[in-house]
Design a protein. Structure first.
Length: 79
């Protein structure tokens, strides 16, 4: 099975150890899970973005008075 050596500063290592302990995991398991969790997060965001893109036209037709913040010009969110 592939493995990886990762270097941390003393301060970083202290923080990583504390985070692993807070989750009740070994350092090895914590770092493994962190990488896998990030991979799953990226897949989720990509899927959610694709889903929103597919439905954007339908939403715009159903709610024609709603203007996305990116099209308002001032960056404010409608109340």
């Amino acid at each position: 099975m592939p493995s990886l050596n990762v270097s941390f500063s003393d301060e970083e290592m202290e923080g990583v150890r504390a985070a692993a302990a807070a989750e009740g995991k070994s350092l090895k398991q914590y770092l493994h899970d962190l990488g896998v969790r990030e991979m799953h997060r990226r897949r989720f965001v990509a899927g959610a973005t694709a889903w929103a893109d597919r439905l954007r036209g339908e939403f715009d037709e159903a709610f024609p008075d709603e203007v996305p913040p990116s099209r308002r010009g001032d960056g404010t969110v409608a109340a």
